[in-house]
Ligand binder design. Structure first.
Ligand code: CA
Length: 418
């Protein structure tokens, strides 16, 4: 039994991603209709846009679910987030007298097409997993220089592209780019041959800031978390990344899971970042546990073939938490906006089966993986589908994220390029 029982179909199954304790926020449509805001529960989606329009749910005086993204609701702030969650939990709890009012607004999840849950204001991607940074650094610069000198002092990041953040299920087109060619004076211009995924978590900023914020204030600003796949062209990255970091290698697409799991739902799963190897400057010190115990996995399925789980890891492996990243982001005075998305950085554990990218799993292509169907992979091939999944496990229930899924399509055929 989940910790809290609900009258909604499927919500009390021990392995559902969406028990009453979760109530994640998404945007869905049915039969090609208008996208609307919804909350996942069991096998159903509660159409909060329709419920608000009918006056059954009313998080604020003015409507906030009349648009197909959660930004307006996020703007209302932590007190309203808590009040709305509490109202939903009461209304959806077993033997709630509100069942007849709410029941007409439930839609089977199997009929729902998912859309982006929020309008991404800006996207910043960090590099905050120590094992990943060490592995990649070892391959690019050797184990002695694997961690750059700044790494243990601050969460390193780069400003990414909000325009290419897409929801799970969106196909991903293999990018073209400049590739270093060691035997020639000129780089080659080709479709990426080392196209990869990165298993990450994304933090969704729900409150704006002007000026620097503390780690505690940053935690208050975060609305929730999603799974995030930072698709990466390793060969484009290797040629372009010095001196300003990744650019086109990371710009093709970033896939997120369709449900924002709220910070409130994750509260029982808080855990601390690992012991500091060097003391942090005061502005980065955490007043309490800021990471979460979330089991993560990635699965790969070649076209028409069964999937193989290629890695299993945990968000608790990160060296820096999202509130630390957010606090660091603001020290320059950089304002943060509602709908800002922060990528955690690749989540890799210490051992090989816990590595969060093919670059690490195949060690730069030197140790290809064998999939369950017998196929071999160093990097992603056309037609491959990559799926991220994750959940926090409680006593008899779990708080799930659903999936972040994408299929790699062949590079475009542009006249004059080849
Ligand atoms: Ca990344």
């Amino acid at each position: 039994m989940p910790r809290l029982a609900s009258w909604v179909k499927g919500a009390n199954e021990p392995d559902t991603d969406f028990p009453l304790d979760n109530l994640p926020c998404g945007v869905f449509s049915v039969n090609g209709g208008k996208p609307r805001c919804g909350v996942a529960i069991g096998e159903m989606v509660l159409d909060v846009s329709a419920a608000e329009e009918a006056g059954v749910l009313r998080p604020a005086e003015a409507p906030v679910f009349d648009v197909p993204f959660w930004n307006g609701f996020m703007e209302l702030g932590p007190e309203i987030w808590a009040a709305f969650r509490s109202a939903l939990m009461q209304a959806l709890a077993e033997s709630s007298p509100q069942r007849p009012e709410l029941e007409p607004f439930l839609v089977p999840m199997s009929t729902a097409a998912m859309h982006m849950p929020f309008a991404v204001a800006e996207f910043t991607d960090f590099y905050a997993g120590r094992n990943h940074a060490f592995n990649v650094g070892s391959m690019f610069r050797g184990p002695e220089n694997a961690l750059p000198p700044n790494w243990l002092h601050m969460p390193i990041g780069y400003n990414g592209r909000a325009s290419s953040v897409v929801v799970s299920g969106t196909d991903i087109r293999r990018p073209w780019g400049q590739l270093k060619s060691p035997d020639h004076d000129m780089p080659a211009f080709l479709p990426s041959r080392r196209f990869d995924f990165e298993l990450e978590m994304g933090a969704v900023v729900g409150q704006p800031s002007q000026g620097p914020v503390s780690v505690a204030e940053a935690d208050e600003m975060i609305f929730g978390y999603v799974l995030l796949n930072d698709w990466s062209a390793r060969d484009i990255q290797a040629w372009e990344y010095q001196p300003l970091g990744p650019f086109q290698a990371k710009a093709t697409a970033t896939t997120i899971s369709p449900w924002i799991v709220t910070k409130a739902a994750l509260e029982p799963f808080r855990t601390s970042t690992p012991e500091r190897e060097k003391p942090l400057l005061p502005y980065l010190r955490e007043p309490g546990p800021m990471l979460y115990d979330i089991a993560l996995e990635a699965a790969l399925a070649p076209a028409g073939r069964p999937e193989t789980v290629i890695t299993r890891t945990n968000y608790a492996e990160m060296y820096y938490s999202a509130p630390q990243q957010l606090a660091h982001h603001t020290v320059s005075g950089c304002p943060m906006r509602v709908g800002d998305l922060l990528g955690s950085g690749t989540v890799s554990g210490k051992t090989r089966p816990e590595r969060g990218s093919l670059l690490e799993l195949s060690w730069g292509g030197k140790e290809p993986l064998t999939l369950e169907g017998g196929e071999s992979r160093s990097f992603l091939e056309d037609g491959d589908t990559l799926v991220l999944r994750g959940h926090a496990r409680g006593d008899g229930y779990r708080i799930g994220f659903g999936e972040a899924r994408g299929t790699v399509l062949p590079a475009i055929d542009k006249p004059g390029w080849a």
